[in-house]
Design a binder for this molecule. Structure first.
Ligand code: SF4
Length: 375
């Protein structure tokens, strides 16, 4: 009988796609997907480090895996992702949860088959921590699990260092995948005819190509749109400081482009945007929104908001609410600021208390519901 795996994924689409790579490795080894965690021979937790709450939940859930190991000592438990790309967390898991067999981060996904085979051969726990940020996992086989949508990673890492964000520390600096590899991957997806939507992925897709001498993001979009086939193209995530008029024009003019843009604003206060190191102002952001709406009248515009960033006053928060009302987004994803160890915002003065953050996030939820009713 074939061995089975079960993967639990926390966090963003990038993690979902990385779980598709782990599944691809396992499928190539002859494993099949288990319907539930109990029947799996290999259990993987692919973790996220963006918010403290997600980390705590993941730690609690890892602890709860012990019972599966007690039921069957041959079950293999692996923990990977952004959380274990932080040495302190990886060490903690290794020491605290002796039933976890394999621990690795975001840099060494391509080595998962080796970790698994070594664990089975030697019965020794495998713990691999590396800060060698690379693009090697791009060559992993992929077992796609997102229906008609296919994720295509075009770059890894981020150079922006927003003061609240852990990503540049756990994903490294920007590395663009070679243009030819992207085109080959997409041509293969089109040939399979089952993917009607292709979503290009990256922490800041607009800076694609900045680290190499190859084409920029706008030209990459043009080249993909020129491929024959029945598919729609979209991307995430855009940084407002890097979204160019050229990219907006391509979305407006090309039938293959979905008329949607996710454009995180994070705050409607210039003081807070500066403290966040976002490198744009509210005025600049609104001018981009105006350009988008005038060129793409039926656009679906969504955003991310962080409430309770250190120093956010009631007035700063009300500015954010005003901006939401003004832009009339089709979707708003609001999050409470969460302290991340090692980021500049961790030690900023005037941290906002949890109750206020809660109230503010609920106010935004209410506001966006009202917006929807009016639309
Ligand atoms: S742009 Fe800012 S928020 Fe986005 S991944 Fe980079 S540092 Fe984090």
């Amino acid at each position: 009988m074939k061995k089975k795996y079960f993967i639990t994924t926390y966090g963003c689409q990038l993690n979902v796609h990385e779980s598709e790579k782990l599944a691809g490795i396992l499928q190539n080894m002859g494993y099949t997907e288990a319907n539930n965690i109990k029947t799996a021979d290999v259990i993987i937790f692919n973790t996220c480090a963006i918010r403290g709450g997600a980390e705590n939940r993941a730690m609690g859930n890892i602890g709860a895996l012990k019972k599966y190991k007690l039921e069957n000592k041959n079950k293999i438990i692996a923990v990977c992702g952004c959380m274990t790309q932080q040495k302190e967390n990886a060490d903690f898991i290794f020491k605290t949860f002796p039933f976890v067999d394999i621990i690795f981060g975001t840099t060494n996904i391509h080595l998962f088959q080796k970790f698994l085979e070594d664990r089975e051969k030697t019965q020794k726990r495998q713990y691999d921590y590396s800060e060698d940020f690379n693009l090697k996992s791009e060559n992993c086989p992929k077992y796609r699990t997102s229906g008609e949508n296919a994720w295509v990673n075009i770059m890894q890492g981020c150079n922006n260092f927003c003061t609240y964000c852990i990503v540049p520390y756990v994903r490294g600096r920007e590395r663009s995948k070679p243009q030819q590899d992207i085109i080959t991957e997409i041509k293969e997806l089109i040939k399979q005819k089952k993917y009607k939507k292709i979503t290009l992925l990256g922490q800041n897709v607009n800076s694609y190509g900045n680290d190499t001498n190859q084409i920029n993001f706008a030209n990459l979009l043009k080249e993909i749109c020129s491929l024959e086939g029945d598919f729609k193209l979209t991307f995430m995530t855009s940084h407002p400081k890097d979204l160019t008029s050229e990219v907006i024009d391509i979305i407006a003019q090309n039938d293959k482009m979905l008329k949607e843009i996710h454009l995180p604003i994070q705050s409607g206060s210039n003081k807070i945007l500066k403290a966040m190191n976002r490198k744009y102002t509210v005025e600049k952001y609104l001018s981009i929104v105006e350009e988008i709406k005038s060129k793409i009248p039926n656009v679906r515009l969504t955003t991310d908001i962080i409430v309770g960033f250190p120093g956010e006053t009631e007035q700063d928060f009300q500015n954010t609410c005003d901006l939401i009302k003004k832009v009339q987004y089709n979707g708003v994803f609001a999050f409470m600021y969460s302290k991340r160890k090692g980021t500049p915002a961790e030690n900023m003065p005037n941290q906002v208390d949890e109750e206020t953050k809660n109230q503010r996030v609920n106010e935004i939820l209410k506001l966006t519901k009202e917006n929807k009713k009016e639309n």
